[in-house]
Design a protein around this ligand. Structure first.
Ligand SMILES: [Zn+2]
Length: 255
């Protein structure tokens, strides 16, 4: 097939790149994005050691040189550090530097955070809607027992685990692996380390209640209500993060 100049212009207008390179650079970016997303999501925490290079490159299905370059970017951004010698390896840092950097990126482009939350809202309100329509009894039982704890007693790490499991369980109940993948990619862009203000007790207790409201609507098989509760939950998440971003710029101005 050959394309006329006119066709190519039309494709360009639609934002399609025919020459999109699926090359080394793309692989390095994907290593960076996947690992960063696991750190952002709390699946990798400060002090955790990554598997050895050979194992990790197999797990991610990339060459060792792509892996090394991806890790170099993560190191430059303060997510990981290399320790040499016995007991050495690649470790997740305390994340203070990475978090400050992430907040600064969000502060520098005020639309960025809004866009990330827009995507999450589009994807996760639909997930909540479908979960209310399609969930089966075992899923309801599993969610109920997980959420049946006092929000005020949860540690930051416990809350993060519940948060990521609950959103995932909803996506599974919605029965759409593609929505699940989109959700995980959007969630991976948000960063709320366990040490951040976003994981203070009042915020945790409030978010936990919001999860229970979403769950109640899903359990009651009320799709519209479930979607509305999810929208409200993501709006308060947006407000929390926006506040943290504003605080960080205020602090930077004073230091
Ligand atoms: Zn949540």
């Amino acid at each position: 097939m050959s394309l006329s100049a006119n066709d190519r212009d039309k494709a360009g207008d639609a934002g399609i790149r025919w020459d999109q390179p699926q090359d080394h650079r793309t692989t390095v970016d994907s290593v960076y994005i996947r690992l960063r997303s696991m750190i952002h999501g709390g699946h990798l925490s400060p002090g955790d050691c990554l598997p050895p290079e050979r194992v990790l490159s197999e797990m991610l299905d990339v060459s060792r040189s792509s892996l090394r370059e991806g890790l170099a970017v993560l190191r430059a951004e303060g997510y990981v550090e290399m320790r040499r010698g016995i007991g050495g390896g690649t470790f997740i840092t305390e994340l203070d530097v990475a978090y400050a950097r992430w907040l600064a990126t969000m502060a520098a482009d005020s639309d960025l955070l809004r866009e990330i939350i827009d995507v999450r809202t589009a994807v996760e309100t639909q997930i909540a809607w479908l979960a209310a329509e399609r969930r089966v009894d075992e899923q309801i039982d599993e969610m109920r027992s997980m959420l049946d704890v006092d929000g005020k007693s949860l540690s930051a790490q416990e809350f993060r685990d519940i948060d990521s499991r609950f959103h995932r369980m909803l996506a599974e109940a919605a029965g759409s692996p593609r929505l699940l993948a989109l959700m995980q990619s959007a969630r991976g862009e948000l960063f709320t380390p366990a040490s951040s203000l976003l994981t203070s007790s009042p915020t945790i207790a409030r978010s936990h209640e919001e999860h229970r409201d979403i769950f109640a609507a899903v359990a009651a098989a009320e799709p519209e209500l479930a979607a509305t509760q999810m929208r409200a939950h993501l709006q308060s998440t947006f407000n929390d993060v926006a506040l943290a971003v504003a605080d960080s710029t205020a602090n930077a101005a004073h230091s």
